[in-house]
Design a protein around this ligand. Structure first.
Ligand SMILES: [Zn+2]
Ligand SMILES: [Zn+2]
Length: 356
């Protein structure tokens, strides 16, 4: 028997096709899922356009997975079958998937930082299955039950919301802070929402694409800034009494990194969340002389799902607001991937509907 799945075969080669369905013989601690909603992530786009990069072209040391790879690491699903030893979920539960897997033995894992594991991998990138297939097998510790009031779309937003919350938490955003976020893509918009949830009094989003600024209008931010027309650091130093408390760089480019460092008040924090593809020039003299802290944050804490789900369920983090369209799996390449890579696109987060 087969399932429909969207698979990455190689550079600029993704196909929606029939693949063999998972073995009925489930591992004792495994869970068989039917995917419901799955988000297309910036990582998926990079794999498609510039990759494969994270998707393994030779067998992954922990899972043996390599191309062709079913994509999809941001998804909600129904539990269909559970292994003999599984006790935290049961058939019929709706869950959000925590996609990371890790070795548990390297120095990072030993320090309680599995998100920076030497052999880190993810469902939908280095795993036999992914959320863009109708069925998937994951491990028990990779699923968290969704309460009834959380929708399938919200469930699929838990993973990117977890990235945003890890970023804002690591940056140390405090009640009353003024925060600058650079880059209005899905992570930038979610980081802005997470900063509000953390109690920031003012959140500024800097984004040069006017269509993306329009998409951010409903998020309740203090001001949307256009860095092509405005000297963002000078402006923020003026309106925020010497600069913002925290600047979170989500654009992944050197201009934005420079703007963040310059927009921070003395003693403030710069958080680097966007992944840069080349080294950036930042004036480190200004970092020293002004007591600035620069921090980084990779992925999320793998144990954060219950907290993130709780935050979304409470309404404090309306992550679903960054979703701009929902398309069926069969249209996932044309209306999903191609729509997002179009430079004229006004799409932020596209959801693929896999099942209902
Ligand atoms: Zn992602
Ligand atoms: Zn490890």
């Amino acid at each position: 028997l087969t399932i429909r799945a969207l698979r990455l075969h190689g550079h600029r080669d993704i196909r929606i096709e029939d693949v063999p369905e998972p073995d009925e013989d489930l591992g004792d601690r495994d869970v068989l899922l039917r995917s419901r909603r799955v988000g297309i992530c910036g990582t998926d786009l990079h794999e498609y356009l510039d990759g494969p990069m994270l998707a393994t072209t030779s067998p992954h040391p922990l899972t043996g997975a390599c191309l062709p790879q079913i994509l999809g690491h941001e998804f909600s699903a129904d539990v269909l079958v559970v292994g003999h030893e599984v006790s935290s979920v049961k058939p019929g539960d709706r869950v959000a998937v925590m996609p990371l897997f890790f070795c548990g033995r390297c120095a990072s894992c030993g320090r309680g930082r599995p998100q920076t594991c030497e052999r880190l991998g993810a469902v939908g990138l280095n795993w036999a299955w992914g959320g863009m297939g109708e069925l998937a097998v994951v491990a028990e510790h990779q699923v968290a039950v969704l309460p009834d009031e959380v929708t399938d779309v919200q469930g699929a937003m838990v993973e990117p919301a977890a990235v945003a919350i890890h970023s804002v938490t690591t940056a140390g955003v405090k009640v009353g802070d003024a925060v600058l976020v650079t880059g209005g893509g899905p992570i930038g918009q979610l980081v802005a929402l997470a900063a509000i949830a953390a109690g920031a009094a003012a959140v500024y989003l800097s984004e040069p694409n006017p269509r993306r600024r329009v998409r951010a209008e409903g998020l309740g931010l203090t001001e949307l800034l256009n860095p092509s027309e405005l000297d963002v650091p000078a402006y923020l130093r003026k309106v925020c009494a010497g600069g913002v408390d925290v600047a979170i760089e989500c654009a992944g480019n050197g201009h934005a990194a420079k703007a963040c460092v310059e927009a921070i008040r003395t003693g403030g924090v710069m958080m680097q969340t966007g992944l840069h593809t080349r080294p950036a020039e930042v004036d480190l003299r200004s970092v020293t002389l002004r007591d600035v802290s620069i921090r980084g944050a990779n992925c999320f804490e793998v144990t954060s799902w219950p907290r993130v789900i709780g935050l979304i369920a409470s309404g404090a983090m309306p992550a679903e607001r960054v979703v701009t369209s929902e398309v069926p799996l069969e249209d996932g390449v044309s209306s999903g991937f191609e729509a997002l890579v179009d430079p004229q696109s006004d799409q932020i987060k596209v959801m693929l509907a896999i099942s209902d």
